[in-house]
Design a protein around this ligand. Structure first.
Ligand SMILES: [Zn+2]
Length: 106
């Protein structure tokens, strides 16, 4: 199981990329384990490295391109910021974006 910060990092990254890219017509695998299995299989078949991620929009699990270390590091920073202030990433996304709470990153 991904830990809380990683989980929040993926959800936050997805929210920043937008619904069409993050959710859209992507298959919902329903759970982390199913998404991880599917990502491993498709990575094995193709050139691109894929990973499962929790969706900021439908709260399901999709698979997509694995985040680069830079993207992940930035998203983890945001997730740590979020965790210090909010108990639930989805509650924060539902209200936080409208309130302009997403911090600027240097
Ligand atoms: Zn989704």
């Amino acid at each position: 199981m991904v830990d809380d910060v990683l989980y929040a990092a993926h959800v936050i990254a997805g929210a920043r990329y937008g619904q069409a890219t993050t959710c859209g017509s992507n298959i919902d695998y329903g759970s982390e384990s199913s998404a991880s299995r599917a990502a491993a299989m498709k990575t094995h078949e193709g050139a691109e490295v894929l990973e499962g991620y929790p969706c900021a929009f439908c709260r399901g699990w999709h698979i997509g391109r694995k985040m680069s270390e830079d993207e992940l590091a930035e998203s983890v920073l945001l997730a740590e910021w979020f965790q210090a202030r909010h108990s639930d990433v989805f509650t924060w996304l539902a209200g936080g974006n409208d309130q302009g709470e997403v911090p600027e990153l240097g």
